[in-house]
Design a protein around this ligand. Sequence first.
Ligand SMILES: *Cc1c(COP(=O)(O)O)cnc(C)c1O
Length: 371
Amino acid sequence: MSDNQSSPPRTWAEIDLSALRHNLAVARDISGQSVMAVLKAAAYGHDIKKIALALDKENIAFFGVASVIEARRIHSTGSKTRIYLLGPTLADERAEIVAQRWTPSISSIEEAQHFDELNSNTTQPPLPPLPVHITVDTGMGRGGFLPDMLDSALDKISTLKNITIEGIGSHLPSADEDREFTLSQFETFKYFIENCEHHFQYTHLANSAGLLDYTSSVTNLCRPGLMLYGISPIEKYQHLLKPVMTLKSKITLIRELPAGHGVSYGRSVVLEKPTRVATVGAGYGDGYPRSVSPEKAAVIIRGVRCPIIGRVTMDQIMIDVTALPEAEIGDEAELFGQQISVTEVAKNANTISWEILTRITPRVTRVYLNE
Ligand SMILES: *Cc1c(COP(=O)(O)O)cnc(C)c1O
């Protein structure tokens, strides 16, 4: 029996695919460019297969993934959208990449030569050259050719007959933090594209923050991740987006606890007055961060913000519902999504929205709306 047949889930993530489509339309509108939808890390916790299927009909240039295993998961859905590997690949992963015609990003001459060799025309009929993209490191420091090595790298790679340079990309480390530096990256990229003899079919630089807050006359492809899932890395654009995931659980118990009673591990909270305490059936075992500070964290029950009391435990969280006498066992509690933003939870937990979404564990049933 599958997880969700016998009884309704206790903790679940509602994933609204119409919100996903809305956010994609926003990315297209704002950038005016083709889209590489970034689906790495289980599509930021939303399930890579489901999201690939939902976006496959949307005329997307590429699905961006981190690894071959993610590419395989997308492939297994029958999706026809091209798959792009965002980072370097290991030697023993490359035969599969070539066989599947996935698109690698190239950071070294060795990678290029190996792809060329693997795609060499020993088959009958011969395989066409494998399209690859060149990565240039304009400041991320994670991969790619340094700008002053790029011309000579392109010269060498262009001589390889079994691969073809289809695109060039770079990445922004601080588009939501450092405007001046990010602008200098756009300039470096532009200068290079304008002065390079090679013609690139695809030129790409912007992640979500890059496409929301900057424009470029030389790029024609953007690589949004976070914003597709409805979270803006830059607060002032949040109103344009619709959060895709809402994490919900239920009240499993309600009790009146007397003043002086401790709540949760470490007894970091000892009640100062009699308190109506609800137990909600989710915890860090579901991916809700244990590191939220209970003084600031809350959940939404019946539309009301109710504070968390004491530490988050693996499977349960205690909530102060003294101000909500109508609360009952079985009531839904929103942990984040529509009324409490992922960004707020991330701040409370001293982390970033990307991590909050990707850490939601497999125990949480994903429920898809508006497919
Ligand atoms: C993850 C990633 C993205 C997407 O970034 P967001 O901030 O989630 O939009 C884009 N490009 C590359 C190379 C990445 O690794």
